[in-house]
Ligand binder design. Structure first.
Ligand SMILES: Cc1cc2nc3c(=O)[nH]c(=O)nc-3n(C[C@H](O)[C@H](O)[C@H](O)COP(=O)(O)O)c2cc1C
Length: 480
């Protein structure tokens, strides 16, 4: 890898990313101070530092972080002295000789006098309230029934609990009525379990006995739902992917399992449904069976350096060019996101993409964390979790985990296509939830996980340095 010349380094430590140089661009960025983890209270200044001098320092700061970690930003020399030289060079060439003085310490406006302002006085009532709140918190976190009482009184978890219960109710109702997406969710989960049984070492002669009848019933039902006894048109073929997977895995299962009378009966039912399904498809044979396989272990041609460079390059981009991102680009990124791991391969989320400017404006303004920059979003994703995928409350967190894993891949896939993005927090605030439900037509069992803005980065827009924690503070081995 060729080290880039120090002068061309951007704040991300990336040699090709455009580096904002002119102070003339700064006022636009300073506007972007935004509320992030917000319910309107926790305000985090995303930008608004007074420009260039700090940016240059950030460049060297990132290199210093690498040096401290014993790591080297990809594309740069491994020698610490090279990092220091890089830093000195960029400092010498781009830092003003006399950085503007820091504002007086006690000044909020940055133009204050040396007079010591008095700390704001809280009213007596407020202080008493705060003290009680603190006492109650100490108590409530010590004893679980009191924690429950706290949630009941505060209503803090009520919307989430309701969505979870609605999801569960919908799931069970659809299973009872043998129709709807819950059957497909169940089929996906069980097909996944069968595949795990198939790859088990050593494989047991009989397995999945406690759920194979349920799986065959879901397969029969899903075939009936999908085909209705008719042919599946080529346009619908993609929707049958779950059925293809289940068909092939069930086929493998019945081939290898030691059959008894019960399994023979289930095989006959499976085979009849399979026949119906195959007859309804236009293609009679498919190239690959969707069953367990040995991975190709040939080197990929994508090195860890490549990946690290990508990770350094991706930053939360908040300023975009005013031109649309082609849908092929977005869809490709979502297809890649869809390859992410998910619990029992259920994939209980949807990327709802908005590229209609009026809708983007409306939806982008709902979360508070977009204040100051929502107006320039060319596109927006609302990542929605589907609680109806789960019959049990214990899995209530899975939508957030699965959707977030997919979100990360989505952002990397966008980045590799030249498209910047930024996650947007979705705080659990009733009024905003109502607005969002109305704006995008959310059902009661669906939960917003986060929003993601995207677009081609404005070369004049800056990104925060967003320094990362050092390795030792996020990693431990064998901790007990
Ligand atoms: C779940 C989540 C919510 C976020 N919400 C917001 C937000 O509301 N507004 C915003 O400007 N940035 C938001 N961000 C972006 C973070 O500020 C950003 O990821 C973080 O500062 C690290 O910077 P980086 O993404 O450039 O590495 C969010 C990020 C995540 C993962």
């Amino acid at each position: 890898m060729t080290p880039p010349s120090s002068g061309s380094l951007s704040p991300t430590g990336d040699s090709t990313q455009p580096t904002p140089r002119s102070p003339a661009v700064l006022p636009a960025v300073t506007r972007g101070a935004t509320a992030e983890e917000n319910s309107g209270t926790a305000v985090r200044a995303v930008q608004g530092r007074e420009g260039g001098p700090e940016l240059r320092t950030d460049t060297s700061h990132r290199q210093r972080e690498h040096a401290l970690e014993g790591q080297v930003p990809p594309g740069q020399s491994h020698r610490p002295d090279a990092i220091a030289a890089e830093r000195a060079a960029s400092t010498a060439s781009e830092l003003p000789r006399h950085p503007s003085p820091a504002p007086p310490r006690n000044s909020t406006s940055g133009q204050g006098t040396n007079a010591q302002p008095r700390p704001p006085r809280r009213s007596l009532v407020r202080r008493i309230k705060e003290r009680w709140r603190r006492r109650w918190l100490d108590l409530a976190c010590r004893w679980r029934p009191l924690s429950g009482l706290h949630c009941l009184i505060s209503g803090e978890l009520s919307r989430e609990a309701q969505a979870m219960l609605r999801g569960r109710q919908r799931h069970l109702m659809q299973l009872e009525e043998a129709g709807g997406e819950a059957v497909l969710f169940q089929l996906r989960r069980n097909t996944h379990r069968l595949e795990k049984g198939l790859i088990m070492r050593p494989r047991r002669p009989q397995f999945a006995l406690d759920y194979i009848a349920e799986t065959v019933a879901s397969f029969e039902q899903s075939v009936a739902d999908a085909t209705g006894g008719k042919e599946v048109s080529p346009g619908q073929q993609d929707d049958c992917q779950t059925l293809r997977w289940a068909r092939d895995v069930l086929g493998d299962y019945f081939r290898v399992v030691r059959r008894d009378a019960m399994l023979d009966g289930l095989f006959d039912r499976y085979d009849a449904a399979r026949q119906r399904f195959d007859d309804s498809l236009h293609t009679s044979s498919e190239a690959h069976a969707l069953t367990p396989y040995r991975r190709d272990l040939q080197p990929l041609g994508v090195s860890i350096d490549d990946f690290e460079r990508l990770a350094w390059r991706r930053r939360s981009v908040r300023w975009y060019q005013q031109r649309p991102v082609p849908r092929e680009v977005i869809d490709r990124a979502i297809r890649i996101a869809g390859l992410s791991p998910s619990a029992c391969n259920r994939q209980p989320f949807q990327f709802r993409v908005y590229d209609d400017p009026a809708l983007v404006q409306r939806i982008g303004a709902i979360p508070g964390g977009t204040a100051g920059f929502a107006e320039n979003f060319p596109g927006l994703v609302v990542l929605v979790g589907q609680m109806q995928a789960f019959p049990l409350g214990r899995d209530r967190h899975v939508i957030y985990i699965d959707a977030s894993l997919a979100a990360m891949s989505f952002q990397y896939a966008l980045e590799l296509q030249g498209v910047g993005s930024c996650c947007i927090n979705w705080p659990d605030v009733e009024s905003r939830e109502r607005q969002m439900a109305e704006a995008i037509g959310l059902a009661g069992h669906e939960r917003v996980v986060m929003l993601i803005s995207f677009g081609y980065p404005d070369p004049d827009g800056m990104v925060p340095c967003s320094s990362k924690k050092p390795l030792h503070s996020i990693r431990s081995y064998n901790q007990r």
